[in-house]
Design a protein around this ligand. Structure first.
Ligand SMILES: Cc1ncc(C[n+]2csc(CCOP(=O)(O)OP(=O)(O)O)c2C)c(N)n1
Ligand SMILES: [Mg+2]
Length: 354
């Protein structure tokens, strides 16, 4: 069965720039674009900081800004977000200080608000693939039992759909109708493995059929379309309609991480084709046509983004407060004995353990 023949799979705006049923205001549309510019500026800076040896390995998101910003912008502050190691644009949209994101890349911290860890709604990144899916289902289940008017959104890649945790997360969500949005960024690759080698399914969205809920396939380089379908899925989840699987079709323009070389396994023409679908170019064209957006507007946004990123880098590099024993915090409400012991050893004998 092809994706188009599957009536649970809806293809939004292939190649176009649909805004969906509800028109976004000029302010809303511009804000999405501005956030994408900030995210890309951060991405470029992070790559050069890695090249200079100032941060550790970094996973670039160039090309995926629309998917990440569009999805995160649809969330209410009280909704839960479970991102991956590539989702820095989601953090940007969520209003997490870029200094905090950089501190993590410097080896200090995990974006958890130290003042208010109990108020956590934006979770730290997960590097083990797909482990965050059952978490998002579980927290959705808890919200449902408590009667809270919130949903959870979990982001993951095409490669994550081959993991057992993907099945467990979606199966449980379908059976218990949890208010969870499964947001897959199909960026064409899992490191060097192309999407065609990942699954024999025609689409990722159609996998939702097997779990008894809706799958939606959306143009992941159209920030407005992504925002629209994620908003609909969140609304449905909060109204008791259960989970949705969204496949945002996009492309990882850069390397898997700063330690990867995609020229070893990827065709240059393919990347050139996707360049025509650049999410920033597309939404800028929309702003130009709809709202008379001009070159000066764009320069002002770029300047703001450059300054914001420079401020964050300076603040992060000035930070000297790293306490190694903090790695034991935030995992348990009551720290288990074995961790208490390890923490004490680290504090008492730093010369042995640091
Ligand atoms: C459980 C687990 N297995 C393997 C890895 C190694 N690994 C890191 S990234 C990655 C590919 C993931 O691809 P995808 O889900 O498509 O996400 P993308 O990197 O494209 O954003 C793999 C296999 C891992 N981190 N965790
Ligand atoms: Mg991928």
């Amino acid at each position: 069965m092809s994706s188009e023949a599957n009536n649970l799979v809806r293809v939004m705006s292939p190649g176009g720039s649909a805004v969906g049923d509800r028109e976004l205001s000029e302010r809303e549309a511009t804000a999405l674009y501005e956030t994408m510019v900030l995210a890309r500026t951060f991405d470029e800076k992070a790559i050069s900081l890695h090249r200079q040896g100032r941060i550790g390995t970094y996973a670039p998101m160039r090309g995926q800004e629309a998917a990440q910003v569009g999805a995160a912008a649809a969330l209410a502050d009280s909704d839960y977000l479970f991102p991956t190691y590539r989702d820095h644009a989601m953090y940007v949209q969520r209003g997490i200080d870029l200094r905090e994101v950089l501190l993590h890349l410097l080896g200090d911290g995990n974006y958890i608000d130290r003042e208010d860890p109990d108020g956590l709604t934006t979770f730290p990144i997960t590097i083990p693939i797909a482990t965050q899916l059952p978490h998002a289902t579980g927290i959705g289940m808890a919200a449902k039992l408590k009667g809270d008017d919130v949903a959870s959104l979990v982001s993951f890649g095409d490669g994550a759909t081959s993991e057992g945790d993907f099945h467990e997360g979606l199966n449980f969500a379908g059976v218990f109708q949890t208010p969870t949005v499964f947001f897959c960024q199909n960026n064409g690759y899992a490191i060097s493995v192309p999407r065609e080698r990942q699954t024999a399914s025609a689409t990722i969205a159609q996998k939702a059929n097997a779990y008894g809920f809706d799958g939606v396939r959306v143009d992941g380089n159209d920030v407005f379309a992504v925002h629209e379908v994620v908003s609909e899925a969140l609304e449905k989840a909060k109204n008791g309609g259960g989970p949705t699987l969204i496949e945002a079709v996009t492309y990882r323009r850069g390397a898997h991480t700063t330690t990867d070389d995609p020229t070893k396994y990827r065709d240059e023409d393919e990347a050139a084709d996707w360049l025509q679908q650049d999410p920033l170019d597309r939404s800028r064209t929309y702003l130009e046509e709809e709202f008379g957006w001009g070159e000066e507007d764009d320069e002002a946004v770029q300047q703001w983004a450059t300054e914001e990123v420079a401020r964050a880098v300076k603040a992060a590099e000035e930070h000297t407060g790293f306490e190694p024993e903090e790695m034991f915090e935030h995992a348990y409400s009551e720290m288990p004995d074995h961790l208490r012991r390890q923490r004490r050893q680290l504090v008492d004998e730093p010369e042995v353990h640091h």
